[in-house]
Design a protein around this ligand. Structure first.
Ligand SMILES: CC(C)(COP(=O)(O)OP(=O)(O)OC[C@H]1O[C@@H](n2cnc3c(N)ncnc32)[C@H](O)[C@@H]1OP(=O)(O)O)[C@@H](O)C(=O)NCCC(=O)NCCS
Length: 127
């Protein structure tokens, strides 16, 4: 499923074979909005959506040379799981994963989410 806002878009897709893993892919910030923190903000929105959709684990891949995306993942507690050489695209690829701590969200974060924020997030959901 694709999500979008004025800064860019992303996808969250169920991992075939394990219903509690979600793949985060095709994260993109439009060129004129890049380098202004929107990649970081949209990344956090994406993880929040994955929580609300009820997943337990997020997986994603990124080209090893993509320092911007690697930095976003590392600063948001993603674990670097492995790196491999994509023999088709001739690129090194890093695989990252993160557990979604749903209980912690209910305890610490959910009560702080106000109605405006929820409607903002839902407003950009595209099906
Ligand atoms: C990767 C992408 C999502 C990052 O979004 P962004 O809005 O440009 O990034 P942000 O402004 O949030 O910055 C993220 C990090 O990159 C750094 N950064 C930003 N612009 C940079 C630049 N021109 N050169 C080097 N680092 C840069 C920031 O300092 C920040 O790192 P920090 O947290 O250590 O300070 C975006 O550039 C993009 O869509 N790129 C093309 C598609 C892509 O690569 N998608 C990811 C697929 S896995």
């Amino acid at each position: 499923m694709r999500f979008a806002n004025e800064f860019g878009f992303c996808e969250l897709n169920s991992f075939p074979g394990c219903n509690q893993i979600v793949i985060s892919n095709h994260g993109y910030i439009y060129p004129h909005h890049q380098g202004k923190g929107h990649g970081t903000t949209n990344h956090r929105l994406r993880i929040q959506r994955a929580k609300w959709l009820g997943y337990d684990y997020v997986l994603c891949t990124v080209r090893s040379e993509n320092t911007k995306e690697c930095s976003i993942l590392q600063k948001n507690d993603f674990k670097e799981l492995d790196e491999f050489y994509n023999s088709k695209t001739k690129q090194h690829i890093k695989l990252f994963g993160k557990k979604i701590l749903f209980k912690r969200m209910v305890k610490n974060e959910n009560f702080n989410i106000n109605r405006k924020r929820i409607s903002f997030l839902n407003g950009y959901r595209v099906e």
